[in-house]
Design a protein around this ligand. Structure first.
Ligand SMILES: [Zn+2]
Length: 245
């Protein structure tokens, strides 16, 4: 919100403000993402905000309507699967959508400085990072180099899945997505405060590689996108309480 964007009198900038892609609150932002994914799934993408005029118009400031904390998997390109363009999505990607300090800082920048109203944790079936963590846990061996940091960040989700009796890899992926949503809220009081004020929501979404479709897995506040909080407490709308589960 604090970034310049009105730039009075610039026809190019004026044109960008009538785009259908400026949802200013969480529900509208979520609906916009779901609509874009539906176009992608149906093979009818519009490729909005990718033309030269829009490129010039957003050069002076950005107002992305969603933060995507996604897996780095090459098949999970955010602007493609949500059918969006320049200036729409603030994307942070790591293998296995792990949420270390730089990721948290990037999310906080988008939510507080840019005023982005929605944070999406985006995981997917057949995730290699989750599979690597599963193999590491099964064999008792840690991978070499910095890959170990990725595996270590996923291991708590494996333990959580085990405690819930979830054993299939895609079920474990969904648990890991929910765990990442919870981690963001737990580790970032700044984000939790924005959620508590109703300025932002966090939703975990699971993507299917072959179908191209996303579906919500967990959200804070509970009930957003019609799904439970990560801890499964449907009546809780207090992110602090949800994070404590
Ligand atoms: Zn992955």
């Amino acid at each position: 919100m604090s970034q310049t964007g009105s730039s009075g009198g610039q026809p190019g900038s004026q044109r960008t403000t009538d785009r259908e892609s400026a949802p200013g609150e969480p529900t509208r932002a979520y609906a916009e993402l779901v609509a874009g994914n539906r176009r992608f799934v149906d093979g009818a993408p519009r490729h909005p905000n990718q033309d030269a005029g829009h490129r010039a118009a957003v050069a002076d400031g950005q107002h992305p309507f969603a933060v995507i904390v996604g897996c780095s998997d090459s098949r999970l390109a955010a602007e493609i699967i949500f059918d969006r363009g320049l200036g729409d999505l603030f994307v942070v990607r790591t293998a296995g959508h792990t949420a270390g300090p730089e990721v948290l800082g990037s999310v906080e920048y988008a939510v507080t400085v840019l005023g982005t109203p929605l944070v999406v944790v985006l995981g997917h079936d057949s995730c290699g990072a989750v599979q690597a963590a599963r193999e590491s846990a099964a064999t008792g061996t840690a991978p070499s180099g910095h890959l170990r940091a990725v595996v270590d960040a996923v291991l708590p989700s494996l333990r959580r899945a085990e405690a819930q009796g979830v054993t299939d890899i895609d079920g474990i992926v969904d648990v890991h997505i929910a765990q990442t949503v919870e981690t963001l809220i737990e580790q970032s009081p700044v984000l939790a405060d924005q959620v508590a004020r109703g300025r932002c929501a966090v939703v975990g979404m699971s993507y299917r590689l072959a179908a191209g479709a996303v579906r919500p897995v967990a959200a804070v506040p509970a009930g957003f996108a019609s799904v439970d909080a990560p801890g499964g407490s449907p009546e809780s709308t207090d992110p602090a309480a949800a994070a404590a589960v």
